[in-house]
Write a protein that binds this ligand. Structure first.
Ligand code: NI
Length: 223
């Protein structure tokens, strides 16, 4: 899965996050990387236990709670993060795979990873998130407030920044539905149901198909 979710944040939220991050203190991103990723991680991030991280995190989590596409695609059980990061010229994050399990007292299995872009594409050069899946490499650079959601098992990297500054939030999701194929089937069924409801609101099959969705979710969900 590699899914773009546009407009996760509204303009007011983007501005609040950016003004908060402009005053926040950042630390070396390598401090939270795994043993191998540490060797290739060259960025800055806001310490996760800081007040700035807590305030900004609440804005992002609130925006995700109202986003039906995120909910439908991820079927989130637990979220780790968001972690707010910054890339200045020369910074990069080389090829790596994220840790399978993250978190402190509550562990989160990283079924899905997400990057929420906080800088506009024309504010920096380079800095594409490049994700590898079975169809090849995908280079992603989205408008501020938009998010890319991808399988936590994907290898990925952030291209070096050559000018400007790239701000982003990254987070990881443990899904209620662990199996990718099951999760994708539910997402496609949900999207199709939504489209059908628009086109033929009184189709009698809608209730049967909606029941099928919930019964499959009941069969596969772990909470
Ligand atoms: Ni990563």
């Amino acid at each position: 899965m590699l899914l773009q979710i546009p407009g996760v944040l509204n303009q007011g939220e983007i501005e609040r996050l950016r003004s908060e991050l402009a005053q926040a203190s950042f630390e070396d991103g390598a401090s939270t990387a795994g043993f191998v990723a540490r060797e290739v991680k060259r960025n800055l991030q806001v310490p996760q236990n800081s007040e700035a991280s807590r305030k900004c995190g609440a804005i992002v989590l609130d925006a995700l709670r109202r986003n039906t596409m995120f909910y439908s695609a991820a079927l989130p059980h637990r979220v780790h993060g968001p972690v707010f990061n910054r890339y200045d010229p020369g910074m990069t994050y080389g090829e790596h795979v994220d840790n399978a399990v993250m978190g402190g007292t509550v562990s989160v299995r990283t079924d899905l990873a997400a990057t929420l872009f906080l800088s506009a594409p024309d504010e920096y050069a380079g800095g594409e998130l490049t994700v590898h899946d079975t169809f090849g490499a995908h280079r992603v650079k989205l408008p501020a407030g938009s998010m890319i959601l991808y399988a936590g098992s994907s290898t990925h990297h952030v291209e070096p920044i050559t000018s400007g500054r790239r701000l982003a939030a990254v987070l990881w999701v443990q899904s209620m539905v662990r199996d990718q194929a099951h999760r994708l089937s539910l997402f496609e069924l949900d999207i199709s149901l939504g489209a059908l409801r628009q086109k033929v609101p009184d189709a009698p099959e809608l209730s049967t198909l909606t029941a099928l969705y919930h019964n499959l979710l009941r069969m596969w969900a772990e909470t």
